[in-house]
Design a protein around this ligand. Structure first.
Ligand code: NAP
Length: 502
């Protein structure tokens, strides 16, 4: 079933060198190491495919996306089998993620059949305008060109080979070159097989999709610097994202880098809600914090409370609920090691006290809880950094003013959450304008893990949550990342793009 090769413009291509996968369980497999030469071949093919693919009708592109979804479903059992082995994620989780992945593909198929994403605008000519006549100007969004996609380890399907970036780019009319994630190369290959089957069934140009496996960092570096790549979709760590973002900015022709990075997703527990429902919130938080070994970019790692007996009760319940969660397998040995380093960093932070300490080793994570005063949190910036795993930090503010100061001091976040009751409205009103400047999504009385894939979704936030200035990587608005507005002045209708005609 597995070739262990790259998929470059319809052909399975090997390499002299291979790397072995590191599954959590089951057999390891060998995969071809990607090289800049493979990247070049994939990008040349993507460029050659761009104009023919972009010229295909929206109905054709929608049928292609639907066919990819069908082909993924047809390989569902194989994907779950290798996906669980490679990532250690439970089968039910991967099956749910597969459903989200095929749903995203079908959502973009139906989205492009509608018209609003094209954002057509028309200012008709005013030949009699004084002192000068006005020309006729029509504007419409056009696909940007070949797109590079990097998926994350924690979503081997929904943010990987055929994930939201690939689905939205193909929907926009852009060929895609995926850099395979070294944590799930086999899962990636089977999804690539599904895409190839759809390319063949729908008669799409071969270069519309390629997968170059990793193994070495120069693959990703070569990809973002390739002159035919016109934009990058990245989901992953701040360190990796920032390194690739810098390469994009330093190119002779800089290109947009849409990086979805990490976040601590703070929750603010306002006093009336804390008094009335502290226990329920603590139990809900424990569930969200430890879900999937805490390996979510939307993991709510920080809970801000106003100090006092209600805060004490919240901490006690959270300790009990979080402490009941046993060890969970992490995605890679490296992520497990980074989790323990993050734990040690937080434990050594200014004024930090341990609430719940456990023991974890090898590829397992167990949860940890710490607490710190608002004053100490405000001076120790390191405490505001993401720890990727089931680790929670409770920040005890002295009063509402300190809670606001904490909100103002935050870096950009994917999400911020308010837990509030009616009596908390005045304080909430003062926090809202601050949080709007900090986060892409603000929640009331909920938990941020679980991102709905819908028209109104925003998954992105000010740096360092993402580099997506004004964009989202989830939901239909994410297609805008791969589009560029073009204005046509006094252009004969026969020369306008076919999408201009309704
Ligand atoms: P990662 O280590 O940054 O890897 C992501 C991809 O980038 C991989 O293909 C990796 O290659 C490549 N890469 C990383 N650093 C690179 C460099 N310096 N040069 C070239 N390529 C580089 O991230 P991850 O561990 O997979 O994912 C976990 C992180 O993703 C967490 O921080 C999490 O919060 C974040 N995340 C964010 C979102 C979101 O939507 N905002 C969603 C999910 C996850 P290799 O295969 O060689 O490692």
């Amino acid at each position: 079933m597995l070739t262990g090769k790259h998929l470059i413009a319809g052909d399975w291509v090997g390499s002299d060198q291979t790397f072995a996968s590191s599954p959590a369980h089951g057999p390891a497999h060998d995969f071809a190491v990607g090289t800049p030469a493979h990247v070049d071949a994939a990008c040349q093919a993507a460029e050659a495919a761009f104009l023919p693919y972009a010229a295909r009708s929206r109905a054709d592109r929608a049928a292609f996306l639907n066919r990819i979804a069908d082909e993924i479903e047809a390989r569902g059992t194989a994907i779950t089998e290798i996906g669980t082995q490679e990532t250690g994620l439970p089968a039910a989780r991967l099956e749910g993620e597969r459903g989200r992945t095929t749903m995203q593909l079908r959502l973009f198929a139906s989205h492009i059949l509608k018209d609003d994403w094209l954002d057509r605008r028309h200012d008709p000519a005013l030949p009699d305008r004084q002192p000068l006549p006005r020309p006729d100007i029509k504007m419409i969004q056009r696909p940007i060109g070949p797109v590079a996609v990097f998926g994350a380890s924690n979503f081997p399907l929904a943010f990987s080979v055929a994930g939201g970036d690939t689905a939205s780019a193909l929907a926009a009319g852009c060929p895609v070159v995926v850099k395979g994630h070294s944590a799930h190369p086999g899962t990636g290959e089977i999804v690539a097989q599904a895409i190839l089957a759809a390319v063949q069934a729908c008669g799409m140009p071969k270069g519309v999709f390629s997968l170059v496996q990793g193994g070495k960092r120069d693959v990703g570096e070569a990809l973002v610097q390739h002159p035919f790549i016109k934009a990058v979709g990245f989901t992953g760590s701040l360190a990796g994202g920032r390194a690739l973002f810098n390469l994009c900015a330093a190119r002779p022709e800089p290109i947009p880098f849409f990086g979805e990075l990490g976040s601590v997703n703070p929750m603010f527990l306002l006093p009336a809600a804390l008094a009335a429902r502290g226990e329920t919130i603590a139990k809900g938080w424990a569930g969200s914090l430890t879900l999937g070994a805490g390996q979510f970019c939307t993991n709510p790692g920080i809970a801000v409370v106003i100090d006092g007996p209600d805060a004490d009760a919240f901490v006690a319940t959270a300790k009990e609920a979080v402490g009941a969660v046993g060890p969970q397998t992490m995605l890679t040995d490296g992520i497990a090691q980074a989790y323990r380093q993050g734990r040690d960093r937080v434990a050594a932070g200014t004024g930090v006290r341990a609430v719940l300490t456990t023991m974890c080793d090898q590829r397992d994570a167990t949860p940890y809880l710490f607490e710190v005063s608002g004053a100490d949190w405000l001076v120790d910036h390191m405490l505001a950094e993401e720890v990727f795993g089931p680790l929670g930090l409770i920040v005890r503010a002295r009063h509402a003013a300190e809670m606001q100061e904490i909100a103002r001091s935050l870096q950009g976040q994917l999400t911020c959450t308010l837990h509030l009751d009616e009596a908390d409205m005045d304080l909430a009103r003062t926090l809202m304008p601050v949080l709007e400047r900090k986060a892409g999504r603000i929640l009331a009385n909920g938990f941020p893990t679980g991102v709905e894939v819908v028209d109104a979704q925003v998954h992105g936030g000010p740096y360092p949550a993402s580099t997506n200035f004004g964009h989202t990587s989830v939901g239909t608005l994410s297609i805008r990342r791969w589009l560029r507005p073009v204005a046509y002045q006094n252009m004969p209708d026969a020369l306008l793009p076919q999408d201009w005609a309704h």
